[in-house]
Design a protein around this ligand. Structure first.
Ligand code: SD4
Length: 323
């Protein structure tokens, strides 16, 4: 009887198997082709913002243009009560906006406490491109916006005014930003050339003390982009994010070898360690690495972030949380 499974077959099988194993080990080790373009942004309103950013990226446009165009959609939407027109006012009934933008070359621009201006993100970009400065605040920011041709616009919608009057009648303190009360837009974009940019824009904490500035216009806490590593942005109770310099920390964790997801988790844990009241607030981070990997994590349940890429389309993902 001939043994059909002779020594030579065994050898071939063994060599083939070894080759296969070696190949798959090598493909695991081999650098994966970068996934791009990619857009990621905070909350459900990120879906519409992503789409506007994607239209630019798909045609080969730059990450900076995409980031600005994306968040402009949210700024112009009066139904979003936490960004741009329709944003809830401060305790005196005035709407004041904070925004910042950062590009692949590391340059950045920012405005805080900007009133009567529809697109603070575009004013922030002008600060970056047309002045030697990074940040303008209050009346100075407003005068600069007018000098750049941004028209004065009444940002207080009847709905926002009604909500403010109702709150004022209660005589209560302004609420902190928790799982029920949030929704800044932060958006990160990676273009076809492999360049990263980010934008963040908000009306801040509702019924805030006049003059209060949160994390969103601050390069470091609210947004950070390093074209060699990745980008990150924050949402939630700005005071807590500032104490941990959150977005910068996310990027630094990625630089240290953590994935985008792990880096967001590290930063949330740092926020937790710096804020004894962490159980009663919400803070979330999203991150995008130069390789196109995405992460998102937050303190409390209910966080969502929107991802647009060539594989998945435009999807809303639940943000995992500590609580
Ligand atoms: C702020 N971080 O002004 C902003 C508000 C926010 O989700 O993100 N809300 O503190």
């Amino acid at each position: 009887m001939t043994n059909t499974f002779d020594r030579r077959d065994l050898l071939v099988t063994a060599v083939g198997g070894a080759l296969l194993t070696q190949c798959s080990a090598e493909s695991e080790r081999a650098p994966q082709p970068p996934k791009r373009p990619v857009v990621v942004s905070t909350w459900e309103h990120g879906l519409a913002a992503n789409e506007a950013a994607w239209q630019i990226l798909e045609q080969g446009g730059g990450a900076l243009d995409a980031a600005e165009a994306g968040v402009r959609v949210t700024e112009a939407d009066p139904s979003v009560t936490t960004v741009g027109i329709g944003g809830l006012p401060d305790r005196n009934g005035r709407v004041s906006l904070d925004a910042c933008i950062m590009g692949p070359d590391g340059d950045c621009g920012s405005v805080a406490g900007l009133e009567e201006t529809l697109h603070p993100i575009s004013v922030a970009r002008r600060v970056m491109e047309q002045t030697p400065h990074v940040m303008l605040v209050g009346q100075g920011a407003q005068d600069f916006a007018r000098s750049q041709g941004f028209e004065a616009v009444d940002l207080l919608t009847p709905e926002a005014e009604a909500a403010w009057r109702e709150w004022r009648a209660t005589g209560e303190e302004a609420p902190v930003i928790d799982a029920e009360n949030h929704d800044t837009i932060g958006l990160l974009a990676l273009d076809q050339q492999g360049d990263l940019a980010g934008a963040c824009t908000t009306s801040g904490a509702k019924f805030k003390l006049p003059g209060r500035v949160g994390d969103s216009p601050l390069i470091g806490p609210g947004l950070y982009v390093d074209n060699e590593v990745g980008a990150a942005t924050a949402t939630g109770w700005g005071e807590a994010v500032i104490r941990a310099v959150g977005s910068f920390l996310v990027v630094e964790r990625m630089r240290a070898g953590r994935t985008a997801q792990q880096a967001c988790e590290d930063a949330v844990d740092r926020v937790i360690s710096k804020n004894p009241d962490w159980r009663s607030i919400q803070v979330g981070f999203i991150a995008l690495s130069t390789a196109g990997d995405v992460g998102g994590f937050c303190i409390d349940r209910g966080f969502e972030f929107a991802v647009r890429d060539g594989e998945r389309g435009n999807v809303l993902l639940p943000g995992p949380s500590r609580l």
